[in-house]
Design a protein around this ligand. Structure first.
Ligand SMILES: [Zn+2]
Length: 426
């Protein structure tokens, strides 16, 4: 892992134009530190510099430099003075919440979810539509949905983020390989950029979700955490020392497709015996059928209902899944040593039936000194993925690790009040 957070240099100069801001970053901007400050102010409301330093475990000098720059960028603003415990009153800083917003799109094989999210994480609008990823005109239909949704929004749109259940080597290029969608080297980013006229970033859905957690969730107070998602597939993402791990080709975290049995069930990726083939939704349904619990046409909801009613064999299917999940991720936890494990995804609706076996199995497979790792279960809702997609855009101006290239510079230019066309190198 080579993802050490960088501190803002003491002599960091700040500029008000885009090129200057970019050069500042090239000096070594502390990307996610700025995001963390924004997220803190966005979630908890106005706070003093001292509070920011304490909550984020940063030095007062770092907070002073970072907030000075954010004020110059017009993203946060000095507010009133509030009484402090002794000494001088502390000036509070607040987010200029409408300084930017982003539209996020979650693509699934049969539906898409669109959200409009403000810089402070507030969801302004949500829409769910049917979608057929395998249809020949899938991209043009996606464009129609997106353009209709963009038409309802106001000013300050920084860009569009799209997250997919697949591998994206570079978010700014946006070529997608996704077996679940039936897409191979699909030039989604290119096609969308041509059509919508705003910056477009494409990312793997679990990585996008982890970025959203870094901005607005568990990552606000923890610099290293991992996300595991269960649902149709099994996903994994890692934020290490404040930086999202993407791997050499965007494939970091593909634990769902590690083969655990050479003769196991067929996986959507074409291999046999992947973790996902056992404990993804289809794998659980197959296990339910093999146990005589499900008839033709009955699915995961029915299996979950049986477990809820106390059917031992149904509970056993979920417990076995919890064990397999723990075995699959324990080596990664041991390798990364995160502060927290967050379990998320549609499958958490039945987590109560995974939980006991998962925790016990994880403990058994971890070095003894890591067994106390906190495991949190996310409060999942339908728009969680799409909010992640928006977060990759909202994080971009402050994140030089995001491989966002020229799209990042254009987002940055829009945050500075332009239309992006005057951005450097664009
Ligand atoms: Zn697979």
């Amino acid at each position: 892992m080579s993802c050490w957070a960088r501190e803002v240099p003491a002599d960091l100069s700040t500029g008000t134009n885009v090129r200057r801001a970019m050069n500042d970053d090239d000096v070594g901007g502390s990307d996610l530190t700025r995001i963390a400050v924004l997220a803190l102010l966005g979630r908890d409301g106005p706070a003093s510099r001292a509070t920011v330093a304490r909550e984020l475990d940063l030095s007062p000098a770092t907070v002073s430099q970072v907030t000075k720059r954010l004020i110059q960028q017009g993203v946060i603003e000095p507010l009133y003075y509030a009484p402090s415990e002794g000494g001088r009153p502390g000036q509070l800083l607040g987010l200029v919440a409408d300084a930017g917003r982003a539209v996020g799109v979650k693509l699934a094989a049969d539906h898409l979810i669109l959200v409009d999210v403000r810089l402070d994480g507030l969801v302004l609008a949500t829409r769910t539509e049917s979608f057929d990823a395998l249809a020949p005109d899938a991209i043009s239909r996606l464009l129609s949905s997106l353009e209709a949704f963009l038409g309802t929004g106001g000013a300050s749109l920084l860009g569009v983020g799209v997250c997919v259940p697949g591998v994206v080597a570079r978010p700014d290029v946006g070529d997608v390989d996704a077996d679940v969608l039936g897409w191979s080297a699909m030039p989604l980013g290119r096609d969308l950029r041509r059509a919508v006229g705003v910056p477009v970033l494409i990312e793997n859905d679990v990585k996008a979700f982890a970025v959203a957690q870094r901005l607005y969730g568990v990552g606000r107070s923890r610099r290293s955490f991992v996300v595991v998602t269960i649902g149709r597939g099994v996903g994994f993402a890692c934020v290490n020392s404040g930086v999202l791990e993407r791997g050499s080709h965007g494939g970091a975290g593909e634990l769902g497709h590690v083969v655990v049995s050479n003769n196991g069930p067929q996986c959507a990726c074409g291999q046999r015996g992947c973790v996902e083939a056992y404990i993804g939704a289809d794998g659980l349904v197959a296990a339910g059928r093999a146990a005589g619990l499900l008839r033709a046409g009955q699915g995961l909801d029915h299996l979950a209902a049986l477990a809820d009613r106390g059917e031992a064999a149904a509970r056993q299917v979920f417990a076995r899944a919890g064990q397999r999940l723990a075995y699959a991720i324990a080596p990664a936890i041991a390798a990364l040593n995160p502060e927290l494990l967050l379990v998320a995804g549609e499958g958490t609706a039945s987590w109560q039936h995974w939980d006991t076996a998962f925790r016990a199995s994880l403990s058994r497979r971890l070095p003894s000194w890591m067994r106390g790792i906190p495991v949190e279960i996310d409060q999942w809702d339908e728009s969680s993925w799409a909010r992640g997609a928006a977060a990759i855009v909202l994080a971009t101006p402050f994140d030089r690790n995001a491989l966002a290239g020229q799209q990042r510079l254009q987002v940055l230019a829009r945050l500075h009040g332009g239309d992006g066309s005057a951005g450097p190198d664009s």
